[in-house]
Ligand binder design. Structure first.
Ligand code: PLP
Length: 283
């Protein structure tokens, strides 16, 4: 496959707000790698420290909300990002505080409403769901829930693709300009549902039969965030949400297909080539 060169745009700056995964597969480590791989200057505001590896999450320490707010003030007042992504936020207090600080923020806000890890460990408590609905989703350019998060956010079970399509549109009514549901494997394909102001559409990609998907959700949302800060794709075009999404789905799917097999459990995707090795750049 051809190697694509990255054009550095001076103001391509993105901020990730989320938790630390010391094994480097998910959380802000994954976000920073996706930013860097796409030629975007990355910054981070830490919400929690997790003790985890590919086998599981062993401990979670939420940071003091005042400390989260102070980090946000500090970076936002100094190096304004063109786009902000949120990941694991922990609880309603943190979500409300972050939403307060982001009120009036003029850039793109990508909300990955992380509730549980791939191992089933809670990364946000029960208070988080209504806080997402009340404070953060109304400000979002894009929300990227998985099927479970979608169901928690709309407050009912969703069964099958038709209901998922309906639920994605319903979540959009809470405020995000667009919703991308990571629907999972349906009829042998990896399926995403995109609801935006014009349509609700499904995006299907090849499913690679592997459990090496640690950090895939974080990397997808972070790659979308990165692509949305690029003022040009090198051909003079400004990537919009949908082309950023198409690009990111392809990049992450490829990174899953060549996962390096690190660790003894659910290993990370191949985050070292998240800009590269793609058949085509649709941006
Ligand atoms: N953020 C943190 C800090 C995590 O530990 C995890 C999963 O363990 C996630 C986000 C979500 O990861 P994934 O992209 O695998 O859904």
């Amino acid at each position: 496959m051809a190697t694509r060169t990255i054009t550095l745009a001076r103001d391509s700056i993105a901020l990730a707000i989320g938790g630390s995964d010391p094994s480097g597969g998910a959380g802000i480590q994954a976000d920073l790698k996706a930013f860097q791989q796409n030629g975007v200057y990355g910054m981070t505001v830490l919400t929690m420290v997790t003790v985890q590896n590919t086998v599981g999450v062993h401990r979670i320490e939420l940071l003091d909300v005042g400390l989260i707010e102070q980090q946000l003030d500090c970076v936002l007042n100094d190096i304004p990002p063109l786009a902000i992504k949120t990941g694991a936020l922990g609880n309603a207090d943190a979500i409300a505080a972050i939403a307060g600080k982001l009120e009036g923020y003029g850039g793109d806000l990508i909300i990955d409403p992380v509730l549980v890890s791939k191992h089933g460990d809670l990364l946000a408590d029960d208070t988080a769901v209504s806080a997402y609905r009340d404070y953060l989703l109304p400000q979002a350019t894009l929300a990227t829930p998985n099927a479970l998060e979608l169901q928690r956010l709309i407050g009912r079970d969703v069964d099958g693709l038709d209901e998922m399509v309906q639920a994605a549109a319903e979540l959009r009514e809470l405020g995000p300009s667009a919703v991308l549901v990571k629907a999972g494997i349906i009829d042998g394909s990896r399926v995403h549902v995109l609801a935006d102001e014009e349509k609700v559409a499904t995006i299907e990609t090849q499913n690679h039969p592997t459990n090496q998907t640690h950090g895939a959700g974080c990397s997808l949302a972070a790659t979308i965030t990165a692509r949305m800060t690029l003022t040009t794709d090198g051909n003079g075009k400004v990537p919009q949400v949908e082309s950023a999404i198409q690009f990111a789905i392809m990049a992450v799917n490829h990174a899953i297909s060549i996962a390096p097999g690190f660790g003894k459990g659910v290993g990370p995707i191949e985050s070292r080539i998240l800009h590269d090795g793609l058949p085509d750049d649709p941006a």
